[in-house]
Write a protein that binds this ligand. Structure first.
Ligand code: ZN
Length: 263
C-alpha cells in the first residue's frame, strides 16, 4: 500500500552506501522510520539531498508496518541555516528534542507546526537564536506532557504581587509567604523576575499562531533561557542532545565567554 504524507526529517542513519533510514515527523502518521534507497525515481543526487532539516511530500510504501520511501518532493530544506554553524546546531537540537518528545503513534501535527515555525524564524533572522531556543524548549516540553503549572502559588493561589519561585522538578510555583516551612523550601526553587514569569506564562498558554509575538529584554531573556534549558534537561534526563553541546560551544566562541551549559 502507498500512503501520501508530508514530513520533516529529524535524523538519519546510514545503512549501506545506497540505503539509509530516516526518522520522519509526519503530518498524520506520527514519528516513523522509513528506509530510503537509491532506485527508480530516487537518483543519487536526490538521495544525498534527502536528509535532516528537509521537509518533504512523501509517497511511502507500507508493508507490515515498515515504511519505504517511494517518492519524495521537497517542500522546504531551510538551506540557509547551513551557512551559520550556531543556527545549524540549534536547528539540530530542535530536531533531537522533538524526536525525544513526540511519540510514534500520536498526532504529530502540533510538533510539526512548532518545529516548522521555529526553523522559519531562525532561518530568516526574525527572532534571535536565544529567544527561539527558550520558546521552543518550554512549548515543546509542554506538548510532550511536561507542562508546568504556572497559574499561581500551589498553596495559596497567589498569582502576582508576591515573589514567586519556580520549582523545576515539580513544575509548580510557590510564593514567598508559603515557601518558609514548606517542603519546597528544601528543593531547588528559582526566584522568577516578573517579566520572566510573564514570558513563561505566555509561552505555555498562548495559542500557537501568536506564540512568538512577544519580546523580552536581554537580561530576563538570559534568565528565561537558563530556566527553560534546565527544565528541559531535568525532564529529559534519559535523552542525549549532542547538538545542544555544539550550540553552546559555538555561542561561547562567538561571545568569547565560557558559559557551561545547564547540565
Ligand atoms: Zn503562597
Amino acid at each position: 500500500m502507498i500512503i501520501k504524507t508530508e514530513g520533516m526529517i529529524l535524523s538519519q542513519r546510514s545503512y549501506r552506501d545506497s540505503e539509509k533510514f530516516l526518522t520522519i515527523l509526519t503530518r498524520d502518521q506520527g514519528v516513523i522510520e522509513a528506509k530510503l534507497r537509491q532506485f527508480g525515481q530516487i537518483k543519487r543526487s536526490q538521495f544525498n539531498l534527502i536528509g535532516p532539516l528537509g521537509y518533504f511530500r512523501f509517497d511511502l510504501f507500507v508493508l507490515k508496518q515498515r515504511y519505504t520511501v517511494d517518492a519524495a518532493e521537497k517542500i522546504e530544506d531551510f538551506f540557509p541555516l547551513r551557512y551559520d554553524v550556531e543556527k545549524l546546531a540549534l536547528a539540530g537540537y530542535f530536531c533531537e528534542l522533538t524526536q525525544s518528545l513526540a511519540s510514534p503513534r500520536e498526532d504529530a501535527w502540533v510538533y510539526l507546526r512548532l518545529l516548522l515555525n521555529t526553523l522559519a524564524l531562525l532561518e530568516k533572522d526574525r527572532r534571535s537564536p536565544a529567544f527561539l531556543k527558550a520558546v521552543f524548549e518550554l512549548r515543546a516540553l509542554s506538548l510532550g506532557g511536561f507542562m508546568p503549572d504556572l497559574v499561581c502559588c500551589k498553596h495559596c493561589c497567589q498569582f502576582e504581587g508576591k515573589k514567586l519561585y519556580f520549582l523545576p522538578f515539580a513544575g509548580t510555583l510557590v510564593c514567598s509567604d508559603c515557601l518558609p516551612g514548606s517542603p519546597e523550601n528544601n528543593q531547588l526553587h528559582i526566584p522568577l523576575a516578573p517579566p520572566v514569569l510573564a514570558a513563561m506564562r505566555y509561552i505555555l498558554y498562548k495559542e500557537a499562531d501568536k506564540l512568538f509575538q512577544f519580546s523580552l529584554a536581554d537580561k530576563p531573556l538570559e534568565q528565561l533561557g537558563k530556566i527553560t534549558e534546565y527544565y528541559t534537561l531535568c525532564h529529559m534526563e534519559n535523552s542525549k542532545f549532542p547538538s545542544l553541546q555544539l550550540y553552546h560551544q559555538f555561542v561561547n566562541l562567538s561571545t568569547g565567554e565560557n558559559h557551561e551549559p545547564a547540565t
